[in-house]
Design a protein around this ligand. Structure first.
Ligand code: KIV
Ligand code: NA
Length: 279
């Protein structure tokens, strides 16, 4: 498959073909996404929870993100890659944001960056895109600002709220974002925004009216420990966790019962050497 570029994304959008985006956090998770038709791979700051066991995304550092971005880049032969700017790495000023975005490209080998924020971050998006780094905006529910939002709540449920999300979408488009993630907004609002924009919308919990969809890979493959909170918008397409657990249990049982390793997993000593040593 040919390398997905900015113009591939534009042409998918113009054809009305939904853009398929998924997160990845390391080489294998990026490899399976890349080899199976994903258009865009996001190294999300959800990495904090899915790979590092942190409570929320706000703990993750730029250095952590860069290590994982590099691992993903090695596997992303055709998918377009996006690195997620973590909390604290872009809000202080457009200059800080650009400096961080440059690190993502130079040291993370990311092809673009994502940041959470609408209208207020338009100058930041402008600054980064002007330097030739594509920006994916993220509006609606912005998990890095969960404390200000009062938790993980659906955004744009009232008509005033919906107007704010629409204004954010228009502002990030105007600032030069190549696409915008709409998280946890009513389907009607996301559809309306998609109709009003001339850049793709990528929905997560935003219904089928968006130009594309994104999900966290471990959520859709079912590769997470019991107890992980699952929002309404996640569909579990697989059950990797129970497959892994089954394999580990079978391994433990065979180690304990000495069924493993069997002769076929074992190197025999060549006959002559064995005799020579044993003599
Ligand atoms: O961090 C992440 O995985 C994300 C996606 C869910 C959009 O931001
Ligand atoms: Na994120």
């Amino acid at each position: 498959r040919k390398k997905v570029t900015m113009s591939t994304i534009k042409s998918l959008y113009q054809k009305g073909e939904p853009i398929a985006m998924i997160t990845a956090h390391d080489f294998p998770s990026a490899y399976v996404a890349d080899q199976n038709g994903m258009d865009i791979i996001l190294v999300g700051d959800s990495l904090a929870m899915v790979a590092l066991g942190m409570e929320d995304t706000n703990e993750v550092e730029v250095e952590d993100m860069l290590l994982h971005c590099r691992s993903v880049a090695r596997a992303a032969k055709s998918a377009f890659t996006v690195g997620d700017l973590p909390m604290g790495s872009y809000e202080i000023s457009p200059e800080q944001a650009l400096a961080t975005a440059i690190r993502f490209v130079k040291h993370g080998k990311a092809q673009s960056v994502k940041l959470e924020g609408g209208k207020e971050f338009a100058p930041t998006i402008r600054k980064i895109t002007t330097a030739g780094i594509p920006v994916l905006a993220h509006i609606g529910l912005t998990p890095q600002r969960q404390n200000a939002l009062g938790g993980f709540r659906v955004q744009g449920k009232t008509s005033a709220g919906a107007m704010r999300v629409l204004e954010d979408a228009l502002a990030v488009q105007e600032a030069g974002a190549f696409a915008v993630v709409l998280e946890a907004v009513p389907a009607e609002v996301a559809t309306l925004i998609t109709q009003k924009l001339s850049i793709p919308t990528i929905g997560i919990g935003a219904g089928s009216g968006c130009s594309g969809q994104v999900l966290v890979q471990i959520d859709l493959t079912g590769n997470f420990p019991p107890g992980r909170f699952m929002p309404k918008f996640v569909k579990k397409f697989g059950d990797i966790w129970s497959e892994s657990a089954k394999a580990v249990v079978a391994y433990r049982d065979e180690v304990k019962s000495k069924q493993f390793p069997a002769p076929e997993h074992t190197y025999p000593m060549p006959a002559e050497e064995f005799e020579a040593d044993g003599a």
